[in-house]
Design a protein around this ligand. Structure first.
Ligand code: HEC
Ligand code: HEC
Length: 286
């Protein structure tokens, strides 16, 4: 048994060495990892970041000054690879493998302490640079605060922040009511309390949404005129205008024209209650 194991071990090592020496493994960034390698790397990354960031204490991030500083740093260091709401990343970011993801939903994957840790330390085997080397901790928290704010930032609001920041740098008066900090109630609690997914699904069928939209789980809803609503819960924006959250979706369903003038989405005359029910159902689509 021992001899057999020994021979098998040597054969496996030799096979491995021959595989490496042959050069057939495809290291090209332009082609994806095989699914098992991809899954393994992701898992290692998740667990490692969670473990190493476990003792990081998060300061309050809802601070206009901190977010503003974060915006400046983010534009300087991060937009090239990660882009921003309504702002595409540069060409260099496009060809990286793994591809730098847009960060406007990063908090669905990471806790703020993990975002801080990633920004500070970077990610091996992923092309994410470590920014902790030349930066002080307040700057790193500023970038984290901006990434956190970005989760609900629309392209229009992002422009507002940039204009305000630029005005200040030029020494001009800073516009007031700049949405540095998110204070809206996004309605996640109301969705649980007011919406009924079963009723919502029926209503979506009855109100004829399916003539235009493909809606999973609603029979006959296979329209091709409008965006499919599959995976709605993971969508970032509503009609490209509003951050995708219950209060905004309810407004859209009751009166699309109030969010986007001249939109091709008709006003179906939904009541408040019906809109909450439909919203509840749409957020079950992942
Ligand atoms: C050279 C390109 C590059 C730059 C510049 C860059 N990143 Fe990254 N970033 C990456 C890549 C690549 C990944 C990893 C993607 C993966 O593993 O799937 C990543 C991942 C991340 C993640 C985890 C994202 C997720 O959802 O999994 C965060 C958070 C992050 N970067 C923050 C930042 C911040 C903040 C800055 C600016 C200070 C920045 N990055 C600058 C390339 C970059
Ligand atoms: C006559 C066709 C039509 C009907 C009927 C219709 N929609 Fe729409 N809907 C659209 C169009 C077109 C858009 C894209 C609008 C835009 O981007 O301005 C849209 C957008 C949306 C969006 C945002 C999609 C996105 O990708 O951002 C949601 C959510 C939505 N509709 C839900 C519904 C629901 C629920 C109903 C039924 C109550 C419905 N729609 C009925 C045409 C329709």
């Amino acid at each position: 048994v021992l001899v057999t194991l020994l021979v098998a071990g040597v054969a496996a090592a030799a096979g491995g060495a021959a595989f490496v020496a042959s050069g057939v493994y495809d290291i090209a960034a332009s082609r994806p990892h095989t699914p098992p390698v991809q899954a393994l790397l992701k898992r290692v990354q998740r667990e490692s970041v969670a473990f190493h960031s476990r003792n990081v204490v998060v300061p309050p991030l809802d601070d206009a000054r901190l977010v503003q500083r974060g915006l400046e740093l983010y534009r300087e260091h991060c937009v090239v690879c990660h882009g921003a709401p309504g702002d595409a990343r540069a060409r260099a970011g496009v060809g990286l493998n793994p591809n730098p993801p847009p960060l406007n939903d990063a908090m669905r994957r990471w806790h703020p302490r993990e975002i801080y840790w990633i920004t500070s330390n970077g990610l091996k085997m992923a092309g994410m640079p470590a920014f902790g080397l030349g930066k002080t901790s307040p700057d790193l928290w500023a970038m984290t605060a901006f990434v956190a704010r970005m989760q609900t930032l629309t392209p229009a609001e992002y422009r507002q922040l940039i204009d305000a920041s630029d005005a200040e740098q030029r020494g001009e008066p800073v516009p007031r009511n700049v949405p540095w900090v998110e204070r809206r109630d996004l309605g996640w609690e109301a969705l649980e309390a007011r919406g009924d997914a079963g009723r919502g699904r029926r209503l979506i069928g009855e109100l004829g949404c399916g003539a235009c939209h493909d809606v999973p789980g609603v029979s006959g809803a296979t329209g091709r005129v409008a965006p499919p609503l599959e995976g709605w819960a993971n969508r970032q924006f509503i009609a490209g205008q509003r951050f995708n959250a219950p209060t905004e979706l309810v407004r859209w369903l009751k009166s699309p024209g109030s969010i986007r003038e001249g939109t091709a989405m008709p006003d179906v005359g939904a009541t408040d209650e019906e809109a909450w029910d439909m919203a509840r159902y749409l957020y079950t689509l992942r």
